[in-house]
Design a protein around this ligand. Sequence first.
Ligand SMILES: NC(=O)C1=CN([C@@H]2O[C@H](COP(=O)(O)OP(=O)(O)OC[C@H]3O[C@@H](n4cnc5c(N)ncnc54)[C@H](OP(=O)(O)O)[C@@H]3O)[C@@H](O)[C@H]2O)C=CC1
Ligand SMILES: C[C@H]1O[C@H](OP(=O)(O)OP(=O)(O)OC[C@H]2O[C@@H](n3cnc4c(=O)[nH]c(N)nc43)[C@H](O)[C@@H]2O)[C@@H](O)[C@@H](O)C1=O
Length: 324
Amino acid sequence: MSAELEFAPSQLDRGARVYVAGHRGLVGSAIWRKLEAEGFTSLVGRTSSELDLRDRAAVFEFFRDERPEVVFLAAAKVGGILANNTYPADFLSENLQIQLNVMDAAVEVGVGRLLFLGSSCIYPKFAPQPIAESALLNGALEPTNDAYAIAKIAGILQVQAVRRQHGLPWISAMPTNLYGPGDNFSRLGSHVLPAMIRRYEEARLSGAAAVTNWGTGGPRREFLHVDDVASAALHLMEAYDGAEHVNVGTGTDVSIKELAEAVAAIVGYEGATEWDTTKPDGTPQKLLDVSKLKSTGWYPAIELEQGLKSTVEWFRDNVEDLRQ
Ligand SMILES: NC(=O)C1=CN([C@@H]2O[C@H](COP(=O)(O)OP(=O)(O)OC[C@H]3O[C@@H](n4cnc5c(N)ncnc54)[C@H](OP(=O)(O)O)[C@@H]3O)[C@@H](O)[C@H]2O)C=CC1
Ligand SMILES: C[C@H]1O[C@H](OP(=O)(O)OP(=O)(O)OC[C@H]2O[C@@H](n3cnc4c(=O)[nH]c(N)nc43)[C@H](O)[C@@H]2O)[C@@H](O)[C@@H](O)C1=O
């Protein structure tokens, strides 16, 4: 019998040394908040300036010194459709380096539980909807994010290889498009939801007659609040042990046009919306099949409208020094 079949997922020890890689990012900071709220007492985090995860020697030294027992791997080079399309070499190379270094060092010190976070962009561009985990590698990728997707697919394979070769019960989760407090609200590098919050809020404040979003507005996306993904991440670490990755989403999607209408209404912008069709649409639809996640007993708690309202409030209260 393989070691992985002997592992029974169970509640993590609240005193375990837990390393959250990327603990200041959108997802990592939400995981950190969740772990603190759940009573974890020995959390470890490093900013990228304290520990550049592309620096292999430094990563090994960190793991040898800190000896984490649990790792949430939420550090990555992340961006929206334009950033992915413009800098594919960086997205491929930096993500491969970060993943390889963290997971290789985690093998060396025998990290008992590790969660690797990928993204729903790993699936084929024209995958049947909703997209089941089994759709992986069954078709060509969306060209605007193929480099990032290949790096994330390599991460899934690394987790599976470590399970087979070393018997460590590591797992992978593939979240859908995420949003919430702490997001990247930059004009060119961000995902659609923070981009729209910023754009409609600026238009409301300046009294602009129209705002212009990217693409046709036709693509459909599924949005999950980051506090929900943090809750799912801890849940999976305590309830799931399998080689196959697990989709994390809501099971509901909206068109980008519908999203724009919702953001404009919540922000209170009453002008017109136009579409710049010279910008890419990307994948026509990304809606995850979340039946596997639900079978483990986890469901999202934050409705999109509620999450949008609180994120707009967070933006108004917190974002002054916007990343350009
Ligand atoms: N945002 C989304 O919509 C989605 C995200 N995901 C996944 O969630 C994970 C986290 O994404 P998200 O939180 O949105 O991204 P963010 O950009 O908000 O955060 C990324 C984090 O990674 C850290 N990081 C990046 N490069 C390095 C490096 N070279 N060395 C050390 N740390 C580094 C950053 O550290 P610092 O702040 O210190 O610079 C930052 O904290 C990723 O794996 C992503 O694929 C999956 C689906 C959707
Ligand atoms: C999470 C995911 O994120 C990326 O993929 P994406 O799902 O296409 O995400 P996006 O949020 O950037 O765009 C969604 C849709 O929205 C439209 N859109 C309109 N106006 C703006 C806008 O102003 N900014 C952006 N970014 N998009 C806009 C845009 O044209 C597209 O049709 C990948 O990098 C991929 O790597 C990945 O993992």
